[in-house]
Design a protein around this ligand. Sequence first.
Ligand SMILES: NC(=O)c1ccc[n+]([C@@H]2O[C@H](COP(=O)([O-])OP(=O)(O)OC[C@H]3O[C@@H](n4cnc5c(N)ncnc54)[C@H](O)[C@@H]3O)[C@@H](O)[C@H]2O)c1
Length: 382
Amino acid sequence: MQKLRYGIIGIGKQGSKYCYILTKGLVKNGELVAVCDIAEDRKKWAEEKLCNQGIKFFDDYKELIDSGICDAVLVETPHYDHAVIATYAISKGVHTLIDKPAGVYTKAIRELNEYAASKPEVCFGIMYNQRTNPLYKYAKELVDSNRLGELKRINWIITDWYRPQAYYDQGGWRGTWGGEGGGVLINQCPHQLDLFQWLGGMPKSIRGYAQEGKNRNIAVENDVTAYMEYDNGATGIFITSTHDFPGTNRLEIDGDKGKIVIEGNKLEFTELEVGEKEFNATNKKFMPKIPSKKIVKKMSRLREGYMYLFEQHTGIIRNFTNHVLNGDKLIAPGCEGIRGLTISNAIHLSSWLGKAVELPIDEEAYIAELNKRIEKEKENNK
Ligand SMILES: NC(=O)c1ccc[n+]([C@@H]2O[C@H](COP(=O)([O-])OP(=O)(O)OC[C@H]3O[C@@H](n4cnc5c(N)ncnc54)[C@H](O)[C@@H]3O)[C@@H](O)[C@H]2O)c1
C-alpha cells in the first residue's frame, strides 16, 4: 500500500477541517477518497467541494466502510457515536482514528478497547493533537526521563474556554446530556484531561465539584473543581470553566527534582541540583533555597503557526498514516482515550454522588446517573 485511502465520517466543523488537510496534500501518504454525513447541507457541501475531485459521498457510514474503497476512517460525529462507528469499522478491518473525546462513558470505551485489542492487525488511534505541542512534548520528556523526579503535585487551571450564552443557544447536540453527555469536561477539556494523565499518571481517587448551568441557561456543567490523590501520595487539582473572562491556562507540575510551569506559550523548568528529599535529609538551615537552574522554552508566533499547519491535527493524521504504512509508533493510541474519559466521568460521578470516588469508577452507577439527567432534560424540553 503506497497511500492510505481515507474516509471521513461526519463532515461538520471538524471533519471538514480534515477534508482540507487531506485534499491539500498536507499528509504525504494519505488521500481522501470518501466522506459521509447524514445532514442534507453537508451532502450539498460535499457535492460542491469534494465530489468534483473524485471523492465519493455516502449518507450511511456502514456503506462507506463496506464499500471497500477506504483503508482507514476518521470518525468525526458527535461523541456518543464514536464507539459505535469505530467498532463497526474495526470489525471490517478498516483502520480507525477517532476524535476526542473517545466517547461519553467509560463502559462503551472499555468495550471498544477490548474489541480493538482482539483485532491487533487493525490500527486504532485517537486525535489527541495537543500531544504534538512542543511544550507538552518537552514536559513529557522531563517526566519520562525522571528529570522532574517523582510527582508531588499537578495543578491545572484551564478557564479560558469562554463560551457565552449564544454558543449554547445555537442548539444541536452541544451542551446537552442527551446530545453530548456533559459540558466543559466532555467538550472543551478532553485534551487537557488527557495531558493531565499523560504527564501526571492516573489518580487513584477523585473528589469533583461540577456546577451545572453556572451563569448560563444550560443543564450541563460549566464550572468544575476537582481534587485528586495518587498512589504515591501526590495530589492534583483540575479547575475549568466556560464563563470566566479573561480565563487562565496554567499547568504546574511539581516533582521531587524540580517544577514545570506552562503558561502562555512558555514552559519554565526549574531543575534542582539535588532532589528535595535528598537535600532535606542532610540540610541544617531553617529556610534554605535548594540550588537550581531554570530552563525556559518559548514558542514564537512563527513556531506556533508551523505547529498548527504541520503538527497538531495534521501531525496526528500523518503519524497515524505512517503507523499504518510503516509501523511508526503511535503518538496517541486509541486505547488511551479511556484515561482522560475516566477522569472526566469520575469528576461527574463524584459531584453527583457528593463524595470522593475511587478509580476505576463504577461504570453502571455512572450510566444510571447520566440517564437520570437525560430523562430530566427530555422532560424539560417537552
Ligand atoms: N480534536 C479537536 O481538536 C476537535 C475539535 C473540535 C471537535 N472535535 C470533535 O469532533 C467531533 C465532531 O465535532 P464537530 O464540531 O465537527 O461537530 P459538528 O456538529 O460540526 O459535526 C458533526 C457532523 O457529524 C454528522 N453526523 C452525525 N451523526 C452522523 C452519523 N451517524 N453518520 C455520519 N455523520 C453523522 C453531523 O451531521 C455533522 O455534520 C466531536 O466529537 C468533537 O468533540 C475535536
